[in-house]
Ligand binder design. Structure first.
Ligand SMILES: [Zn+2]
Length: 243
């Protein structure tokens, strides 16, 4: 291979490398963006579950309050009935004592139930405040997510379009520039080194793996008669000065 040919090959490879670097970046975006969207949707789902849970608790407490109200209403009716029966039991002391005993028991039950009811009403108020705050926060989060999701759609569409452009550009260049063997070598290297098949040699240090190379590597590279891989990472080396 004559010197101009190799320089041309290296130039083409570097052009291809620039393109592939962008292509790898775009592919990463195409993976990262949907994954991020899933993560954020799950987080929002958790916030919605929290609202459902607060509403469920509020419903439970309010139902219990209603039960207590119904119970104490019927107990009060019973007390009134007993009081009227007691007032009609003139003379029958045993009956009067029995009525009074039942009335006292009922009044105590009513008083206890009312106390429990008050506690529950306070609890319901606290849950209502928390529920309302959470609902407001959730509303904002949902708005944010809708905006975010629309942006992601746009970014994904752009990345998809850019990938299509790069894919076309790439196959055109591959077809023109490289022998099949060199193309295969480049592809393997690209995959193995996650998108960086070439590395500049700067001050005798490979800029791909940052390992110093022996002097003879530099000499071979400067001679510019062959492709020289880095002995450490295998990337095709180039000298910035050559181009
Ligand atoms: Zn290296």
């Amino acid at each position: 291979m004559s010197m101009p040919d190799l320089r041309e090959t290296l130039r083409l490879l570097r052009g291809l490398q620039d393109l592939d670097r962008e292509l790898y970046g775009v592919r990463d975006e195409l993976k990262r963006l949907p994954a991020e969207r899933v993560r954020r949707r799950e987080k929002l789902g958790g916030d919605k579950d929290r609202l459902t849970e607060l509403e469920r608790r509020l419903f439970e407490v309010q139902s219990r309050v209603k039960e207590i109200e119904d119970l104490t209403t019927s107990q009060r009716q019973r007390v009134r009935k007993l009081e009227s029966q007691a007032s009609e039991s003139r003379g029958d002391t045993a009956l009067l004592v029995a009525f009074q005993h039942e009335i006292r028991t009922l009044r105590r039950d009513i008083s206890e139930a009312e106390e429990e009811g008050l506690g529950l009403v306070e609890q319901a108020e606290r849950i209502t405040v928390e529920r309302d705050e959470h609902r407001e926060t959730l509303g904002k989060l949902e708005e944010e997510f809708a905006e975010y999701a629309a942006n992601i759609e746009k970014e994904l569409a752009e990345a998809e379009a850019r990938r299509a452009e790069l894919d076309i550009e790439r196959s055109t260049r591959m077809g023109q520039a490289l022998t099949p063997e060199m193309g295969t070598m480049y592809e393997k290297l690209l995959e193995a080194r996650e998108g960086e098949a070439l590395a500049e040699l700067e001050s005798r240090v490979c800029q791909g793996c940052f390992v110093s190379v022996p002097n003879n590597i530099y000499v071979r590279l400067a001679r510019c008669t062959e492709l020289v891989p880095c002995p450490s990472c295998g990337r095709i080396l180039y000298l910035a000065a050559i181009d």
